[in-house]
Design a protein around this ligand. Structure first.
Ligand SMILES: [Zn+2]
Length: 45
């Protein structure tokens, strides 16, 4: 399982389904956060 963490405040933004335990970084305070999750999920699908 991949965990998406805000690179600025370490808040857990969400999770994506990947085989390895991986940490991804995003930004919780910006609307791009959701886009980051979609983009990452699209890459592993
Ligand atoms: Zn944040």
């Amino acid at each position: 399982m991949g965990t998406i963490v805000c690179q600025e405040c370490n808040t857990t933004i969400g999770h994506i389904e990947v085989e390895k335990v991986t940490t991804f970084y995003g930004k919780c305070d910006h609307h791009e956060c959701n886009e980051v999750v979609k983009k990452l999920q699209a890459e592993v699908d």
